[in-house]
Design a protein around this ligand. Structure first.
Ligand SMILES: Cc1cc2nc3c(=O)[nH]c(=O)nc-3n(C[C@H](O)[C@H](O)[C@H](O)COP(=O)(O)O)c2cc1C
Length: 403
């Protein structure tokens, strides 16, 4: 709800990534922000002011010397009647103008005249981004207090070139805007957290695998909630169909062994929250080739072997995080099973939930959990998975404060 009622002045400059700004406008507005768009002449070569204005439901500012715009609002008020100036995409050209303090069009003039925080999402060819001139400009702009989100590594939209230069995804930009405008407390600032989420897929052969019904919703929400309180979060996710949460580093894995390796690689950390529904067993020797069905032959049997216990590994590790939280998905005798798990795994507390099919929790959007600690059991009410995550992140922050 950070963006509710917030006014964003969105400057769109002339890069190919401008098409993503249309989605960005939607994402900002669906979170309650109003978006006032300003387009450079270059931007108008890539997307139309009509589309931008329609999505923003506002007038699109384009011309420094427009008599009408100057009469209606004026470029100085335009620069200040907002909570944040966002530049997405920010071209090499506009960044260069800003670092030199030029004011020869509406965007650069507004950027020089504003007294509001400025966040830029650079987007350009990797060679342009790596050029010493751009590097110098970015350094100057950082020193001037300009904030940045991205650019990311990946393939360029217009060429087959790859490297650092892609604009950050709209949801990552939204997360950066929220983080800048969020004046809420950041009790986990300076803390590192590793979170696991989702199921694991344990191969039987190249096309078949053993899985479970975990959606990753709870783990992903916890990663977001910890990041919101200021933690630097690494999320190790099994195969899920939901989006990567913005503002966290996501490592995608398939198997339990890969998940363990990724978690260990994320150490040292202050916090570990092991939410993933890791398969207890994997097929002892997965076939390299698809197992064929031959008429008359006996049905194959799958020999299983134990998977690594990631929570236990972390709970007893020499680099054990200060706070280790495990999840226990049970269908019976929840309290006792969670208590046993607490000691065996070396966790500080266990978040236990009843995943019997009737509860609809596994794969659903709500959760009803118990916090099982050495000092007792606390039952939380039925909540959305986001609310469970926010409550848990606050509890983690409180425990670390006391530690
Ligand atoms: C097809 C095409 C794609 C371009 N993409 C980018 C880009 O992604 N980033 C960038 O900095 N410049 C890009 N440029 C160059 C800018 O459009 C050019 O520097 C322009 O002067 C930028 O103007 P502005 O910063 O006022 O919007 C591209 C040019 C063309 C023709």
């Amino acid at each position: 709800m950070v963006l509710n009622g917030k006014r964003i002045l969105l400057i769109i400059s002339g890069g190919i990534a401008a098409y993503k700004s249309l989605d960005l406008i939607r994402r900002l507005r669906e979170r309650g922000a109003s978006v006032r768009p300003l387009m450079t002449t270059g931007a108008q070569e890539f997307i139309t002011p009509l589309a931008v204005g329609a999505l923003a439901a506002d007038h699109v500012f384009m011309d420094l010397f427009s008599r009408q715009d100057e009469q209606d609002i004026g470029h100085i008020r335009l620069a200040r009647d907002c909570d944040l100036v966002l530049i997405a995409p920010a071209t090499a050209d506009l960044l260069a103008k800003m670092s030199a303090g030029l004011a020869d069009d509406l965007a650069s003039t507004v950027l020089l005249a504003t007294d509001k925080p400025v966040l830029a999402a650079p987007a350009m060819n990797p060679h342009m981004w790596a050029h010493p001139a751009t590097k110098r400009n970015i350094q100057t702009l950082r020193a001037d207090g300009i904030r940045f989100v991205g650019p990311m590594a990946g393939e360029m939209a217009e060429s087959r070139e790859a490297g650092v230069g892609r604009m950050a995804e709209p949801l990552d930009i939204v997360a950066a805007v929220e983080a800048l405008l969020d004046k809420g407390p950041k009790p986990l600032a300076g803390r590192k957290a590793v979170v696991t989420s989702g199921p694991t897929h344990e191969p039987i052969d190249p096309v078949r695998y053993i899985a479970n019904r975990s959606s990753g919703r709870q783990g992903h929400a916890i990663a977001s909630a910890l990041a919101k309180l200021g933690a630097e979060v690494t999320l190790v996710s099994g195969p899920v169909t939901i989006q990567d949460p913005p503002g966290v580093t996501v490592i995608h894995v398939e198997r339990a062994e890969e998940m363990r390796d990724a978690v260990l690689a994320a150490l040292p950390a202050d916090i570990a929250v092991m939410v993933a529904a890791v398969a207890d067993w994997r097929v002892a020797s997965a076939s390299d080739q698809k197992i064929k069905k031959h008429p008359g032959e006996s049905i194959p049997t799958l020999a299983l072997t134990e998977n690594p216990d990631i929570l236990k590994t972390i709970g007893h590790h020499t680099m054990r995080p200060k706070l280790v939280v495990g999840f226990a998905a049970e269908t019976q005798d929840i309290d006792n099973n969670a208590r046993t798990k607490l000691d065996r795994k070396g966790a500080d507390f266990i978040v236990a939930n009843d995943v019997s099919p009737a509860t609809g929790i596994m794969g659903g959007v709500r959760n009803r959990v118990k916090i099982v600690g050495r000092d007792g059991i606390e039952q939380w009410p039925d909540l959305t998975k986001e609310d469970v995550a926010a409550k848990l992140a606050a509890l983690i922050a409180e425990r670390l404060r006391q530690a």
